[in-house]
Design a protein around this ligand. Sequence first.
Ligand code: AMP
Ligand code: ZN
Length: 120
Amino acid sequence: MAAPERDPACLFCRIIAGEIPASKLLETDEAIVIADINPQAPVHVLAIPRRHIPSAAHLTAADAQTLAGVIDAANTVARERGITATGFRLVMNHGSDAGQTVDHLHVHLLGGRVLGWPPG
Ligand code: AMP
Ligand code: ZN
């Protein structure tokens, strides 16, 4: 069954709808990019599909265009913030072990400093 386009109780759906304020850095047909409210690096933004998909575990081949749009939006902001040459990390958390706190798919773009590996 296809994911619903919007969950009225979802924080990121509400940000996308303009019901909750956020620092929106980019808006495209497929995605928005917002500043993370609790940044973990000099550049820490979230690329979020407009469609409500709960997490990466819910993605299928049918979501290819949406996912490509999310990555493209993250890449655009990485270039704008000047971290493409120095490097960055894209992260998707799924579930409690990974620390997912918002159940609407999002890609963290982290950069602007050396990032440790493996992540905690
Ligand atoms: P995750 O733990 O992967 O689900 O990531 C959720 C992220 O959303 C965290 O990094 C939070 O700091 C961030 N976050 C939560 N609420 C907001 C908000 N209102 N605006 C921007 N970022 C938020
Ligand atoms: Zn949502």
